[in-house]
Structure formats: structure tokens, C-alpha cells
Design a protein around this ligand. Sequence first.
Ligand code: FAD
Ligand code: NAD
Length: 472
Amino acid sequence: MEYDVVVIGGGPGGYVAAIKASQLGLKTACVEFDEDESGKQKLGGTCLNVGCIPSKSLLDSSYKFQQISESFEEHGISVTKPKYDLSTMMDRKNGIVKKLTSGVSQLLKHNKVDAFHGKGKLISSTEVEITDTKGKKTSVTAKNIVLATGSRPINIPSVPWNGTTIVGSAGALEFSETPKKLAIIGAGVIGLELGSVWSRLGSEVEIFEAEKTLLPMLDADMSKAIEREFRSQNLDIKLGCMVQGSKKSRKGVSLEVEIDGKLETKEYDKVIVAVGRRPFTENLLAEGCGLETDEKGFIDVDEFCKTKLDNVYAIGDIVRGPMLAHKAMEEGVMAAERIANKKMEVNYDLVPSVIYTHPEIAWVGKTEKQLKEEGVEYKKGSFPFAASGRALASGDSVGSVKVVADKDTDQVLGVQVFGNGASEILQQGLIGMEFSASSEDFGLTMFSHPTVSEALHEAALAVNKQAIHIGN
Ligand code: FAD
Ligand code: NAD
């Protein structure tokens, strides 16, 4: 069989590339090996099956439980002590995943993309070998190939997963009981999101982070405020410490942790290892196919995701840049458009990041720290949610919005938000930044009142010392 495009991997990068290619009139196939218990192919990749969607489902369920348990009284609402049923919560999450993954199968059908169930391997720049679940091999030829095989969690030798008491993020979305004592290794995105889920549901959570600073990619004023807030939420974050070893114990797991230079032994029911992810490119490239991975497993590409083979593209978590679903999807669209001789580009300067804790953390563009390092002269403005009428009315006034802009041109170069609704507020900043908005442009834009988005308006006004609702 000959195709214009064959995509290997059916995650957000791969299925979006396949749909877009077909929409552009190219005969397209998508290869995916993942399957459910009944052997039916599962599309959607990490994001839909064990990542973005199931984690947000549990974040939302656990947040509702925490709100009822702790925040209703101040509104004058009393409830009898709420309870939760973990298996219903998990069933709800699994139902959402199923709906979305089968939705992707429908989308492929609707867009006339052929879905192959099996493992794809790049044999040459025009041939993909597919091994089905019974080991049968077939070969398809393609004028263009898109590699989109995603990533897997990193395992560390001192705390190897065992699938029951020591798990990665996928296992941590499947606990059948709430652990009493939970250790998380790594206070990155997954550590903070899943730490929040289990802490809200009643686990005593300790997070061990190797770095001395929490979320060092943010400005220190933001990360300090975030650290303070999470500590007050009973997330016991221990910075600058290394877990040296682990042993099976009567309770579950005992960890040997170096804290402030001293070795301590601590007992937990469960341990989640969340120290980052690595590209999943094992057995993807046949010897002599013309491509190789680097020592970390990444595939080298140019700014348009083209590999050194002219008609082979690689996108998503297997290439440089942040491992995020929206970045993978945009790269999928770009690869398809480039194959169809169109000119799309991805603006890698404006890839948004969001951590879906409560409050949320979101940022895009440059931080003050980066601008200093790059020698760019800048001005800045901040606005605390404690001065936002809407945030106070809803009882959610932790955090702030921070805007940095070029000192001479006033162009907004970065936005950081810590607060309720940060993901949506950030998106407004990002749209402005895509159109090279100045902080004055944001200041001259009318924002609905009362909304938490007004904090972005005021932070932008504060850049030129024109904020109305705080002192400049
Ligand atoms: P993947 O989604 O990993 O998909 C790759 C697919 O390729 C998989 O289905 C795999 O089975 C298949 N595959 C691999 N090898 C082969 C082969 N040889 N043949 C056929 N098929 C193959 N990102 C966000 O933007 N927002 C979030 O909120 C977010 N939350 C996350 C939460 C968790 C717990 C985790 C783990 C990740 C989260 N991410 C989030 C990251 C996001 O899931 C990834 O960045 C995204 O899924 C990457 O997309 P991809 O298409 O590159 O790879
Ligand atoms: P991460 O890179 O966000 O965080 C890993 C953390 O572990 C870092 O802070 C690192 O310093 C620390 N660490 C590394 N080795 C350690 C060790 N031996 N001991 C203690 N700490 C150690 O990675 P993650 O949280 O595993 O997430 C993986 C990827 O998934 C990320 O790239 C992220 O972009 C993506 N993701 C995104 C979202 C989202 O967008 N909301 C949610 C979850 C995951």
C-alpha cells in the first residue's frame, strides 16, 4: 500500500498531524500499538490515556471534595462531613478517557485516515514496517513519514518502580486506596499536580526535590509565593535533597533520604517517582534507515520539525522543546502543512506552560531572570489577586499577575500568573503577545468587571506606573 503520509504514533502530535494531512488532501495512515484490555486499539497517547486528561479529572474531583470539606463555611454554607468514594472517582476519570480516546478513533475515520494497529518502525525514508500484536509484519510505503512516538517516565536506580508500592505517574492515577503516607520524588509539574490530588484526598504527602529552589524556571518572587502557599496546603516540600535508596518494608517502602546533609530513613505506603520523562524511541529506527537518536533518545530536527531526511519529520516529546501536548499538536499541524508545501511555523518563543494545581501556575515568554541574563532592559508590573474584587468575592485571592515589557518599546515580553484561573488569564496575555502588544495596548483594552482577568489589565498598567487599584 502506498501513502502520501504515514504517521507513527497516535498521541496528540501524531493524530493531529494525520488529521491535518488528510484534510490537506493527502492519503494518510496513522500507526499506534496501544490497546485496551479487550485488545482494541487506543489512540490519544500519553495525553488522553495517562496524562493531561486523567490527571485533570482527578484534580477537579479532589478539588471539589476539598472545597466542600474546607471552604464552604466562610460562605455561610454548612454541610455534614463529606465523604468520597475513590472507585466512583476513578470510574468517572476512566469514562472520560474512554469517551475521548474513542472520539479520536472516530475523528480519524471521519477524516479518512487509515488506522493501523501495531508497532511502527522506520526502515527507510519511504518505508514503515508495522508489527501487529501477534507479531505479524507488514510494510507500507510512504512519500512522507512523521515520527510521533512520545515519551516515557524516567526510572531512577535508587528507587526503581515495582508497579505496586513504587510507581510512575500512570500508576499514581490508578491507586485503589488513598495512601496514608505518600512520598513523591520530584517537585516538578507531575509532583505538584499529583501531590495536590492525593493530599486533598487525605494522604500525608512529602515531596523530595533535588533542586534548592522550587520551580526554578520562574522568577524568585513567584516561586517563593508558590512555595509558601503549597506548604500551607500540607504539601511538605523538601528542597535540595536526594533519595539515596529504597527498600521493601512491612508498611510499604522505606526510603533513605539525604536531608540537609543527614541521612534519614522514612516509611511510606506508596512512592511516586516523577523526575521527568525521556523520549520513547527504542526500536523505532531500523539500522541503516538514515536517522539516529542522540544519547538521550531525542531525534534531531530543524525549526520546522524536519529531520535530516528530507521527507521525514519528527514531532512532540521525541524532539527538542517542552514536553507538552499543545506543543506536540502545533508541531503536528506544522509537519502536515510543510509536507503539503505550505508555510506554517510554530512560534517557539510563546509556548505556554500551566501547572493545574490550586491556585494554578502559568507562564509564557521571558521571565525577569532571563531578561537580566540576556542583558535586555525591561520594566515590570504586578497586581495581587488580594486587590481584585472578583477574587475576593469568590474567596480565592492568593497570588498575583506579573508582566515584563521591553524598557524602550513597551512590548510585553513575558507574563507569569499564580492564582485561580491562571491558565485562562495567561491565554489572554499570550494572544496579545502573538500580536506584539505593548503593555499600553493591554492597558487600553477594556476588561469586563468584575473578572479575575482584570488583574492582567492592572499588572500591564502597573508596568508604566498607571495602575488604578494599587499604589504605583
Ligand atoms: P504521546 O502522547 O506519548 O503519544 C505517542 C504515542 O505513540 C503513544 O500512544 C504510543 O503508544 C505510540 N507509539 C510509541 N511508539 C510507537 C511505535 N513504534 N509504533 C506505534 N505507536 C507508537 N501536557 C500538557 O500540555 N498539559 C497537561 O496538562 C499535561 N499533563 C500531563 C500529565 C501527566 C501525568 C503526564 C505524564 C503528561 C502530561 N502532559 C501534559 C504531557 C503530554 O501528555 C505530552 O507532552 C504529550 O502527550 C506528547 O504528545 P506526543 O504525541 O508527542 O506523544
Ligand atoms: P519535571 O521536569 O516537570 O519535574 C521533575 C522534577 O524532578 C524537577 O524539579 C527535577 O529537579 C526533579 N528531580 C530530577 N531528578 C531528581 C532526583 N533524583 N531526586 C529528586 N528530584 C529530582 O518532570 P515531571 O513532573 O516528571 O513531568 C514530566 C513532563 O510531563 C514534563 O516535561 C511536563 O512538561 C509534562 N507534564 C506537563 C503537565 C502540564 O502541562 N500541566 C503536567 C504533567 C506533566
